[in-house]
Design a protein around this ligand. Structure first.
Ligand code: SF4
Ligand code: SF4
Length: 152
């Protein structure tokens, strides 16, 4: 049963990648050991993570930071526990991706959508666009809290 749940989580993560691409987090903190091994990173991996491949696989999976290997989002845990089905979970992932896409469309360019949105809200040249960005950012954060980041 546990293995089936793990397989379902793996399938969901391969359709998602939101904990690596800057949608849920802006960075991953490294442990002291990891900082010693990768001093060039300066203590954090900034997201979108450069190790994230286009197919949402992690290119350093076997040696990924502890902050990554310990993390399973609330939706992933609900899937593992059989409280939500894979199809339903994918719908929620796609809802969050749509909000991310809205921010990326309003604020084009590289970087975490959360960081880009906050910067535009503070210093963006068009106040009407800033209102739309704020609405999308707040929607993204609310959905993240409700289904991905809360404690169960
Ligand atoms: S946010 Fe959750 S479902 Fe998505 S890749 Fe991360 S752990 Fe997997
Ligand atoms: S190292 Fe791998 S698991 Fe960690 S954020 Fe980057 S892509 Fe995701």
């Amino acid at each position: 049963m546990l293995n089936i749940a793990r397989v379902a989580l793996g399938q969901l993560c391969l359709k998602c990648g939101l904990c690596c691409d800057g949608t849920l987090f802006t960075h991953v903190a490294l442990t002291d050991d990891e900082q010693k091994r990768h001093p060039q990173l300066g203590g954090v991996i900034r997201q979108p993570c450069p190790a994230l491949k286009a197919n949402t696989e992690c290119s350093v999976y076997a040696d990924r930071p502890k902050g990554c290997s310990r993390f399973v989002c609330m939706l992933g845990r609900a899937l593992e526990d059989g409280e939500v089905g894979l199809d339903e979970a994918v719908v929620l992932v796609n809802e969050l991706k749509a909000l991310r896409g809205r921010i990326d469309a309003l604020v084009p360019g590289p970087g975490s959508p959360l960081s880009k949105a906050r910067q535009y809200e503070d210093r963006g040249p068009d106040s009407e666009v800033a209102v739309e960005v704020r609405e999308a950012r707040r929607g993204l954060e609310a959905l993240s809290r409700r289904h991905f980041l809360g404690r169960r």
